[in-house]
Design a protein around this ligand. Structure first.
Ligand SMILES: Cc1cc2nc3c(=O)[nH]c(=O)nc-3n(C[C@H](O)[C@H](O)[C@H](O)COP(=O)(O)OP(=O)(O)OC[C@H]3O[C@@H](n4cnc5c(N)ncnc54)[C@H](O)[C@@H]3O)c2cc1C
Length: 429
């Protein structure tokens, strides 16, 4: 059931909706978002993609309701569950962790003053239309991600230099991306997006329920959880990262290529973030905004730049070798390691430390990596295979998209999985 629309507010139609005033530009960007997703070659644009875009929050056309079990309550599983439920299917979502969101994780502790920081998804580029469309549908406010004022600091080759906000915002964070000034974030935390999906799926999500095995035959699928509960389904959508796919036993076994991908044949990037809250925003004494880059390399963010209060949070965003280097350390040593380096970036940083925290996605047992990062050879060999349905079992997730490492990829892929299931044979009967 959809939430009630709060009085005085108008709810936008969901992405893929046609009730209310048609919006051709939105339709077009949604259509493009879905069309450019990888692994869609088997999807007929007219038959499947366009109707998704045009129907009012439902998948196209009437289909017999199916019993669908979705493995994983990350963005891919939630968007699929949301759209399938609205189309009348009977959805059950099984999630291993005691929370929803997967790699969307907003940390509110150990911070004070209502501060928060993102361990996972944080920024939304202006060309991620599907992410923006769902955020808008749920009335989530999108606000600038990067600081608009002050100086950005750069520390490279032992030299500290400063970049005015105007120059920094008018350049992309990496080649090919939109400029930093075009990035937004969800006010109040990225986890408001998965929570919005979950609000409309309330009783269908089972937390702390890892799936251990999935068996299918011609007539249906049975899904067994670690607690021993067995769920019968017409179709299953498996959205777990490839790094943890082999924690589930499939009968019959998955294809050799999927097993190869799950067995380490499809690389994932490691990433770890270290957060520190400071009693004062001491960096402002130098007109710094708390953001910057170093040649460690790392990105430094100040997620509290747009919040009131004396205290502020800084975050070190480490990837690849830097993440591998810091992961084996205790949390205290991770913080110490970043502080040592930051002594050159923000002189006097130690004097103001309140508390710290860190998060490693590689060490998280339900991710074992931050995002799919295949070599060109792995991508060429396995891209179409990792999202290919096997009998009654369908697959989706960030890894099965052209947007590795983005919520947009999980949304595109989750929608593709939902469309497949909606059009597949095998109703409840
Ligand atoms: C450090 C980092 C930074 C990022 N930055 C951004 C950003 O700025 N902007 C952006 O748009 N995106 C960003 N992303 C990417 C984005 O978070 C992901 O692409 C997206 O959330 C992936 O969603 P998913 O549903 O495909 O996978 P997941 O979120 O991993 O969901 C899969 C779910 O399956 C569950 N699961 C696993 N195994 C089982 C099992 N056996 N049984 C039951 N459940 C199971 C997991 O617990 C998880 O909840 C970032 C990610 C990371 C890690």
């Amino acid at each position: 059931m959809m939430k009630e629309i709060p009085s005085g507010k108008t709810r936008r139609n969901p992405p893929g909706s046609s009730t209310g005033a048609p919006d051709p530009s939105r339709r077009e960007f949604l259509r493009r978002s879905v069309l450019i997703a990888g692994g869609l070659a088997f999807v007929s644009c007219n038959d499947l993609v366009a109707p998704v875009v045009n129907s009012p929050g439902r998948l196209p056309g009437y289909r017999d309701p199916k019993k669908v079990v979705i493995i994983g309550a990350g963005i891919a599983g939630l968007v699929a569950g949301f759209e399938l439920s609205r189309a009348g299917h009977h959805v059950t979502i099984l999630e291993a962790r005691p929370r929803i969101g997967g790699r969307v994780l907003t940390l509110r502790e150990p911070f004070t003053d209502g501060h928060l920081a993102e361990a996972g998804a944080a920024r939304i580029p202006s060309n991620h239309h599907l992410t923006i469309a769902y955020a808008e549908y749920f009335d989530l406010e999108l606000v600038p991600f990067y600081s608009r004022g002050g100086l950005y600091v750069k520390y490279s080759g032992g030299i500290r230099s400063f970049i005015p906000a105007s120059s920094y915002l008018n350049s992309p964070p990496w080649p090919g991306s939109v400029n930093r000034g075009e990035y937004t974030k969800i006010r109040g935390g990225t986890d408001r997006l998965p929570r919005a999906f979950a609000d409309s799926l309330a009783n269908t999500i089972h937390l702390s329920t890892p799936v251990e095995s999935v068996a299918q035959n011609l007539f249906g699928v049975t899904v067994r959880t670690a607690g021993g509960t067995v769920y019968a389904a017409d179709r299953v959508l498996c959205t777990v990262p490839l790094t943890v796919l082999n924690r589930i036993q499939f009968t019959p076994a998955l294809s050799p290529l999927k097993m190869q991908a799950a067995g380490g044949g499809y690389n994932y990037a490691p990433s770890t973030r270290v957060f520190m809250q400071f009693s004062t925003r001491f960096w402002e004494m130098e007109n710094l905004n708390g953001w910057g880059n170093t040649d460690w390399p790392e990105e430094i963010w100040q997620p509290t730049w747009d919040r009131e209060g004396p205290r502020g949070v800084l975050m070190s965003y480490l990837r690849y070798d830097r993440a591998r280097e810091i992961d084996p350390l205790t949390e205290e040593r991770r913080i110490e390691s970043v502080l040592t380096r930051w002594g050159n970036v923000f002189p006097g940083v130690r004097d103001h430390l309140d508390s710290g925290a860190s998060y490693s996605w590689f060490l998280d047992p339900w991710s074992a990596g931050a995002w799919a990062d295949p070599t060109p050879a792995q991508d060429a060999a396995l891209r179409t295979e990792i999202g290919r349905a096997e009998g009654r079992i369908h697959f989706a997730g960030e890894h099965d998209s052209l947007y590795h490492g983005w919520m947009q990829g999980a949304l595109v892929s989750g929608l593709r999985g939902a469309v497949e299931i909606h059009h597949a044979d095998g109703g409840v009967g």
